[in-house]
Unconditional design. Structure first.
Ligand SMILES: Cc1cc2nc3c(=O)[nH]c(=O)nc-3n(C[C@H](O)[C@H](O)[C@H](O)COP(=O)(O)OP(=O)(O)OC[C@H]3O[C@@H](n4cnc5c(N)ncnc54)[C@H](O)[C@@H]3O)c2cc1C
Length: 318
């Protein structure tokens, strides 16, 4: 049985979820091979001891990233490795690539993965269904599958491997029909909401854009990120950007701890956070649907409850 991980570079290294996937492969007793394309290979030494093999792919038209040229090259590299399962980290780039590569190679595609186990000679993927109301286990049989896993699905503490082999390939991509003209970094964002271990999310119950500072304060003190519902993005509240909208038409988050502050619990929102490990809901309405998804519920005014939590956390932290 073999696992291939499509690593994803970020900043001066890799997305935390890349390390999760590699660690989980080691925990399953199947240290993975990794594919790094173009500039993603710049920090390949960070994967030393974390993977059985690192395959770097260089070639024409691979930098900067463009789905148009990467699909072709990744499809060839994946085919050459021939792994049973190919693991991606869920995110914008994976949304770009995974379905196209699956279609190109005629392989199964699975999204929203939360768990991966072995059952005899098959891999089993655990994922939500019906907008988070149920869960399903999919058995990978009869060929390889491409699977996208949500960030924060796996621990990163599996023992390292003794040695990592390195292989270099050259695959030229066809001319890029959708070149990147300019890349602009988002300002002021400390932690990406999709990678954060703690997410403080606010909805219309936060009452006004000035009060969003409360979400940021709690996120900062807990070392997390803050997000909003679509209602606030649509209303044009300052700071409530689409880049931090959680839900079906926004970002999917899967943190260890999720605070829903003044959020009703509409299905479109739940679909973006239903795999959070522990959910705390704060709502003035004791019958709010959000409480049905919560592990802990506080019936009260978020504008009063959040400062109390901040005070308590500060006291505990000293
Ligand atoms: C195609 C489509 C895609 C969508 N995609 C998304 C998406 O990606 N993400 C998303 O979030 N939504 C999405 N929506 C919208 C979604 O259906 C809901 O309308 C939205 O999530 C509601 O946002 P809300 O919970 O902030 O507001 P509301 O539904 O208005 O809920 C506000 C809640 O705050 C509570 N409240 C009021 N005052 C306080 C207070 N002082 N303290 C505490 N609680 C208080 C109320 O009791 C209520 O439960 C989508 C809709 C469609 C049609």
């Amino acid at each position: 049985m073999s696992i291939l991980v499509i690593a994803e570079a970020a900043g001066a290294g890799f997305r935390p979820s890349t390390f999760e996937l590699l660690s989980h492969a080691r925990a399953l007793g199947e240290p993975a091979s990794v594919i790094l394309v173009g500039d993603d290979a710049a920090n390949k030494e960070q994967l030393d001891g974390l993977a059985a093999k690192v395959v770097t792919v260089a070639g024409a038209n691979l930098s900067p990233y463009s789905a148009d040229s990467w699909v072709d090259v990744l499809a060839q590299a994946i085919q050459a490795e021939g792994a049973d399962v190919v693991l991606f980290s869920e995110g914008q780039r994976t949304r770009d690539l995974l379905p196209r590569i699956a279609a190109r190679l005629g392989l199964s595609a699975v999204t929203a993965g939360m768990g991966l186990t072995k059952d005899g000679g098959s891999y089993v993927v655990h994922r939500p269904a019906q907008g988070g109301k149920a869960y399903m286990d999919l058995v990978v049989e009869g060929g390889s599958a491409l699977i996208a896993f949500r960030p924060n699905s796996f621990a990163t503490d599996a023992a390292p491997v003794d040695g990592t082999a390195y292989e270099e390939k050259t695959i030229d991509a066809a001319a890029n029909r959708t070149p990147v003209v300019e890349q602009v970094a988002e300002e002021g964002k400390k932690i990406d909401v999709t990678e954060a271990a703690v997410v403080i999310c606010g909805g219309r119950g936060m009452k006004s854009e000035e009060n969003l500072a409360l979400l940021e304060e709690l996120a900062d003190i807990l070392g997390g990120a803050w997000g909003v519902t679509r209602a606030l993005v649509d209303a044009g509240w300052k700071g409530a950007d689409h880049s931090i909208q959680v839900g079906k038409s926004g970002k999917t988050v899967s943190p260890g701890l999720y605070f829903a502050c003044g959020i009703s619990g509409a299905t479109h929102h739940i679909m973006g956070m239903d795999t959070s490990k522990v959910v705390v809901a704060i709502n003035t309405d004791p019958d709010a649907l959000m409480f049905e998804y919560a592990d802990y519920g506080i019936t009260g005014d978020a504008l009063q409850v959040i400062p109390e939590i901040v005070k308590e956390v500060r006291a505990v932290k000293g």
